[in-house]
Design a binder for this molecule. Structure first.
Ligand code: URP
Ligand code: ZN
Ligand code: ZN
Length: 460
């Protein structure tokens, strides 16, 4: 063996048991009560620690040109930060330029990422021009791009898909096994409210972001997307769901037999829109926006009831200088926040310790379900013989207070500043290589590889 993780408690989506894990050539080669080390074997003592599949964050935007700037964490630093946070795979996006193939966007992202990423990664296609993208879908799937984001919003950015295109794309997934991921917000409602409240932008401050993106602007779009999925037999995944009403719509769709899956993010579970009343409230602007405490409760319940099956971060890091571009006008705030480094400890502390869900469910939400739905399973997302040795050794007792200082992210604030956490990643391994220890990056730039994914991802 190259590496043995000894004496730990292995947590998978189904089981909890004590075992040693033996790793050879980047894969798990043995799981047993006792594995004997050879002379050159590295041994990690994980007594008192959890040994879990590394987290898979299927929703990140590294060095994304957006809102007049570029998100701060690039492929190198964003993947370092993810490793420090116990994540071993990220899925970013290659967003099509109108009139150009989606494959061009994928290749452009790969040029930026390959050789720089420190953990494995993949890309979703972003479809902004269905006319052009439709003939490419099979080829993209053959090349391991098996999921596609369509925006029901961001018309001014040229990203919005209309309902007809969304319907046709969903229709295609019923045959080809891809997944359509919708950013579900009603752009027409939001634009109308922006026109209405634009003249009072300076007086409203960051609160303007709240009143121009009401709950129904999300839940209406979610309901519409589900109806299109139902009508076509399409495969739909709702990204960054933020509202209780959205969760109700997903549950109703699932109960009727629609193939719809939903993701939420730590910020929607732990933060509420009162932050927009604070001095630096504009920092928290993200789309969809943060909601009410009542929505948080409904989202926790939606996780408990399996309406929500994935937690992702929607990491899109903008530092204070970038956020300052708003200059007091909420319509100009770069939308997004950092998250890869804090998701696992937060979800252990506020999900498991607060008894919203079990340890096995934590692994399902952050690793196994994302791997299954996005065609990475069983290579990734579990601990079993033959799988990639993407492992986080997690110290469930260590307590800390979150602060951006000392974090790997290239950000000078954290949305979770001051949050107490119990449980932190002690070691992260990517294909058997150490990539982080005690929150510090230990890996090699360029170690990460692009991973091709399979279609027909499902939770079975
Ligand atoms: O505000 C956000 N979420 N920024 C990233 C882009 C997106 O819509 O996911
Ligand atoms: Zn989005
Ligand atoms: Zn996003």
């Amino acid at each position: 063996m190259d590496l043995i993780i000894k004496n730990g408690t292995v947590i998978t989506a189904q089981d909890i048991y004590k075992a040693d894990i033996g790793i050879r050539e980047g894969r798990i080669a043995a799981i047993s009560d006792l594995i004997i080390a050879e002379e050159k074997t590295e041994v990690i003592d994980a007594e008192g620690m959890y040994v879990m599949p590394g987290g898979i964050d299927v929703h990140v935007h590294l060095e994304l040109p957006f809102c007049g700037t570029i998100s701060k964490d690039d492929f190198e630093n964003g993947t370092k930060a993810a490793a420090c946070g116990g994540l071993t795979t990220l899925i970013d996006y290659g967003i099509q330029q109108k009139g150009r193939p989606v494959m061009d966007a994928i290749n452009a992202r790969r040029e930026k990422a390959d050789g720089k990423v420190c953990i494995d990664y993949s890309l979703h296609g972003g479809i902004t021009d269905w006319e052009k993208a439709q003939s490419e879908m099979e080829e993209l799937i053959d090349n391991g791009i098996t999921s596609f984001k369509m925006f029901m919003v961001y018309r001014n950015e040229g990203w919005m898909a209309d309902d007809g295109d969304l319907m046709h794309a969903l229709e295609a997934t019923a045959r080809n096994g891809a997944m359509i991921m919708t950013h579900s917000e009603n752009d027409f409602v939001i634009q109308a409210l922006l026109r209405k409240h634009g003249p009072e932008a300076k007086e409203l401050g960051a609160w303007g972001h709240v009143i121009t993106r009401p709950n129904f602007s999300e839940s209406e779009a979610i309901t519409r997307a589900i109806q299109l999925a139902e009508a076509t037999g399409g495969r739909l995944y709702i990204v960054h769901m933020s509202t209780g009403e959205g969760a109700d719509a997903v549950k109703a769709g699932q109960d009727r037999g629609a193939r719809v899956f939903a993701e939420t993010c730590p910020q929607y579970l732990l933060l509420d829109d009162s932050v927009f009343r604070e001095k630096d409230g504009h920092l928290y602007a993200t789309c969809p926006q943060l909601r009410k405490k009542k929505d948080q409760e409904r989202l926790w319940k939606a996780i408990e009831h399996h309406t929500v099956e994935v937690i992702g971060t929607d990491t899109c890091t903008f530092d204070k200088a970038q956020k300052a571009m708003w200059n007091g006008d909420f319509r100009k705030i770069p939308y997004g926040m950092p998250g890869v480094e804090t998701m696992l400890p937060l979800m252990h502390t506020y999900g498991v310790m607060q008894k919203h869900f079990s340890l096995c469910r934590l692994v399902q939400l952050l690793a196994t379900n994302p791997a299954k739905l996005f065609g990475l399973y069983p290579q990734k997302g579990t601990i079993a013989i033959g799988t990639d040795a993407d492992i986080v050794v997690f110290d469930p007792k260590k307590e800390k207070t979150i602060t951006f200082e000392g974090m790997q992210t290239d950000c000078d604030w954290s949305p979770f500043e001051g949050f107490r956490i119990q449980g932190v990643p002690a070691y992260t391994f990517s294909r058997g290589q150490s990539v982080a220890k005690d929150g510090r990056f230990t890996g090699k730039v360029g170690h990460g590889a692009f991973v091709r994914r399979k279609p027909f991802g499902n939770l079975d």
